[in-house]
Design a protein around this ligand. Structure first.
Ligand code: G3P
Ligand code: MG
Length: 265
């Protein structure tokens, strides 16, 4: 009898936890509303602001180092314009990518993936967005292995489906989601269609979809019903965050982790 009650209590607990489950809060390029994007100060601030995970963008340098930067050149963030893939790590490290945000961030450098990994506190995660092609994969796997981080704490993202497919072929133990935007034409048709998304996720062996928050509701529901995780970026609006939470999203990527976290209380 008491065993019966314990099982019921357990099931109620599971039910209630599901009802009140909150999506993970992922700091987009770190706490990038307050600190220079994709830098160590932005990632450290994200942890201080209570983020569950950080998201960063990664590219390969000429000397095959993985660096954290969104664009293929440094034009937007530094006062010298270098192309990442044709520059060495030392050349990229000579640039200041913090000053544009605020003078208190003067002399902030582009971090390597290893330096970003080193900021991650116990129990927290990282979303690694690959911004180049499949050439980065062997170097990425090497860095992950070197970091000693458990595979469950790393999520790989990419807009290029062939990168996710190649990664899952070579290292299926890593969690990897395909990134996609959604656009509607004048006749109300969405691109990509739900059928295209489901076929692609299956073909590339992805674990889920990380979509722009403008995805139609029926798409996200069908994607989850098909057994995939569904995540969204970039949400800086409290009302929208609460709506996405009610839709069952697994994580919300935001420039303002503290703000969004508080909106769930
Ligand atoms: O987390 C995905 C999101 O970062 C994709 O957009 O351009 O900010 O890298 P972007
Ligand atoms: Mg990104």
């Amino acid at each position: 009898m008491s065993r019966h009650i314990n099982i019921q209590t357990f099931l109620s607990f599971v039910f209630l936890s599901t009802c009140f489950a909150k999506p993970l809060i992922v700091a987009h390029r770190g706490a990038s509303f307050d600190a220079p994007e994709n830098t160590l100060p932005a990632f450290e601030l994200a942890w201080e602001q209570g983020a569950d995970a950080i998201e960063g963008d990664f590219l390969l340098t000429k000397d095959k180092q993985i660096v954290c930067i969104h664009d293929h050149s440094t034009k937007r963030l530094a006062d010298r314009n270098l192309e990442v893939k044709s520059s060495t790590l030392a050349e990229l490290k000579s640039l200041d990518v913090g000053f544009w945000k605020d003078k208190k961030y003067k002399n902030t450098r582009i971090p390597t993936l290893a330096e970003v990994f080193a900021t991650i506190p116990d129990g927290k995660k990282i979303f690694v967005e690959i911004k180049c092609g499949t050439e980065i994969i062997p170097f990425l796997i090497h860095e992950i292995e070197k970091s000693g981080l458990h595979e469950e704490r790393i999520v790989i993202l990419c807009f290029k489906h062939e990168v996710i497919q190649a990664l899952k072929n070579q290292a299926p133990q890593y969690i990897a989601h395909w990134l996609s935007e959604f656009r509607r034409n004048d006749s109300g048709e969405w691109t990509p269609s739900l059928e295209t998304v489901l076929n692609k996720l299956k073909k590339i062996n992805a674990d889920g979809l990380d979509s722009h928050h403008g995805i139609p509701r029926e798409f996200s529901q069908e994607i989850m019903e098909a057994g995939y995780e569904w995540h969204v970026w970039t949400v800086n609006d409290e009302k929208l965050a609460r709506k996405l939470k009610d839709m069952g999203v697994f994580s919300i990527t935001t420039d303002r982790p503290e703000w969004i976290r508080k909106s769930f209380h």
